[in-house]
Design a protein around this ligand. Structure first.
Ligand code: ATP
Ligand code: MG
Length: 561
């Protein structure tokens, strides 16, 4: 645990310090990418606990993704030590689940209600037939709750019971919401119920990174924070600590036509005069683009030598870059396949956030069943998962089995590995663990330390940062995304531009933007123009890698970080 007190705020710049040490009451932190929002948020919680006698258990920190929540928890542990465990950190859905579990009876649910999985939903839909109204009823008859209801049911409960509202307001006196620009109507309603208008609500975000309106998010809630919450204090952070000056300049120019932040300023804290320009590669085709990515990664991580190394980390060479420093970002999931193939052919390890859910793995399903039935197993949850794995591995390894319903022991053990972090997060709460599985905990909560190149959609990259970023498919039709027969309206284009901005600002040291001249889209190969979003960026910020010069020119040889 670090020394808390003034020393704590020494690691922040002047404006971050103002935000972190602001007195109670509504607080809005408007800050661009890379300005240290998470850093400020965690330091504020630590400061409040250390200096203002706030109890960690009075703090509720909400983020949008599990990975962001884990990151927050990790940083809080570092700042606060063991008491950080008492801070409630989670996503909106996990918050809703907590409230619902604590009030299951009032919500008309049995204590052991489950969250509907795909099979449950399909069964209820089939039974409901054409009548969508009866679908929730059918779920309820089976003691199931739909994912959306994790928010709507708690809101309904709270609206109907002022005493309950009061209880939660007393419990969580300090509420922090990251990425507030992506709040939707129900999430907003929940926040308003949990926080009085003059409450200690700290909202953090960047309207220019609002990218979820297609899912109902409304940046309007961010923009009218000061009207909703009495005497809200506003702090702006303008210094970007993440990106090199050329990357930041390109990003700022890219967002300018759609910026929702009046007088937006984003000053580079990093002023290395030798920082490389933004690489731009006009590829002839999708496979040419994939080859460019492979070639560049090969050069960055040290040529071919990684192939003989297990870890992929090159020691003793002039580079300190490793595969985990590199991300490839794209607009649609379908763009991943050619990149994955090309990287695989070059023996470059890859991790891709998959939409596979943990529970869809045979080993996981078997362990979940075992845990459900063997309720009496002792020990903490991670130990119980391991024990269940052992029991199953032995059972399935036995040669007497006929093989039906059997799962290979390797699958069981890999499931144990996949489930252990989740088990740890759930403490000893088996019900929570099983419902987290049901809510679709993903297979690979992307391990930031894994020695592999990370592949992500632009949406999934929100909040993350990487020393090297490849933004592929920067083409009209993909950025902005266009479906056949429909043109995106101005609002949709603006959101696409913000998404492009989110992508560019993930990069710390090197950014490469590429576009292919031809691509299969909607079933046929089409000619593609570069994204119009590139047109507003000063060409002087780019270094073009032409088809004729597949290698980086010598004079701009990568300055290795
Ligand atoms: P985004 O909008 O993309 O989510 P953010 O505002 O949340 O960005 P962070 O991820 O918290 O930004 O910080 C960006 C990077 O800058 C991190 O690597 C962080 O450690 C670093 N950083 C932030 N503040 C400082 C500071 N005062 N001194 C040095 N480094 C800093
Ligand atoms: Mg952030």
């Amino acid at each position: 645990m670090e020394e808390v007190g003034t020393g704590l705020l020494d690691r922040l710049d002047a404006m971050q310090r103002v935000a972190a040490s602001a007195p109670g009451g509504p607080l809005l932190i408007v800050a661009g990418p890379g300005t240290g929002k998470t850093r400020t948020l965690t330091h504020r919680i630590a400061y409040l606990c250390a200096e203002l006698n706030v109890f960690p258990e009075q703090c509720l920190a909400i983020t949008f993704t599990r990975r962001a929540a884990e990151e927050l928890r990790h940083r809080l542990d570092g700042l606060l030590g063991p008491v950080a465990e008492d801070v409630t950190v989670g996503t909106f859905h996990s918050l809703g689940l907590t409230i619902l579990r604590e009030n299951a009876e009032a919500a008309g649910l049995p204590a052991d209600f489950r969250i509907a999985d795909d099979a449950d939903r399909a069964a209820a839909r089939a039974e409901a037939g054409e009548d969508p109204d009866s679908y929730p009823t059918l779920l309820r008859k089976r003691d199931l709750v739909d994912l959306d209801e994790l928010l709507t049911l708690p809101v309904a409960l709270l609206k109907a019971d002022r005493k309950l509202v009061q209880r939660y307001r007393e419990r969580w006196r300090w509420i922090f919401v990251d990425e507030y620009q992506d709040v939707d109507a129900v999430q907003y309603e929940l926040l308003r119920l949990l926080s009085p208008a003059d409450g200690n609500l700290c909202a953090i975000g960047d309207p220019d990174q609002a990218i979820y309106s297609f899912r109902g998010a409304d940046v309007g809630y961010f923009l009218r924070f000061s009207q909703d919450f009495t005497d809200a204090r506003l702090v702006r952070l303008n210094r970007n600590y993440r990106s090199s000056a050329p990357i930041l300049a390109a990003a700022v120019q890219a967002i300018a036509p759609s910026s929702l932040v009046r007088g937006r300023r984003l000053d580079p804290a990093r002023l290395d005069p030798e920082a490389p320009l933004v690489g731009r590669y006009p590829a002839a085709s999708v496979s040419d683009e994939a080859d460019f990515v492979v070639r560049s990664i090969d050069e960055l991580v040290g040529g071919l030598s990684h192939r003989s190394l297990d870890s992929g980390r090159i020691d003793g060479r002039s580079t300190s870059l490793s595969f985990s420093d590199i991300a490839v970002l794209y607009r649609t999931d379908s763009q991943a396949a050619p990149i994955v193939d090309a990287l695989a052919r070059a023996n470059i390890p890859v991790q891709k956030r998959s939409h596979d859910r943990l529970r869809d793995r045979p080993g996981v399903a078997a362990i979940a069943r075992e845990l459900r039935h063997a309720g009496g197993l002792g020990g903490g949850l991670p130990a119980r998962v391991r024990l269940a794995g052992q029991v199953l591995a032995e059972r399935f390894a036995a040669p007497t089995l006929d093989g039906s319903g059997a799962v290979r022991p390797e699958e069981i053990w890999s499931a144990v590995d996949l489930l252990t972090p989740l088990a740890r997060r759930c403490g000893d709460d088996l019900g929570l663990f099983l419902s987290q599985l049901a809510t679709g905990a993903e297979v690979d909560a992307l391990d930031p330390r894994a020695e592999a190149v990370t592949l992500l959609t632009l949406h999934a990259a929100k909040g993350l940062e990487f020393p090297v970023v490849f933004l592929v498919g920067a083409e009209d039709g993909l950025l902005p995304l266009r479906w056949p027969g429909s043109d995106p309206d101005a609002d949709a284009v603006a959101e696409e531009r913000r998404l492009f901005f989110v992508g560019l600002t993930r990069a710390q040291d090197r950014l490469y933007v590429s576009h292919a001249a031809r691509r299969m889209r909607h079933g046929s190969e089409r000619e593609c123009r570069p994204s119009p979003f590139l047109d507003v960026i000063d060409p002087g910020l780019f270094e073009r890698f032409g088809e004729a010069e597949p290698r980086r020119p010598k004079d701009r040889q990568l300055r290795l970080i």
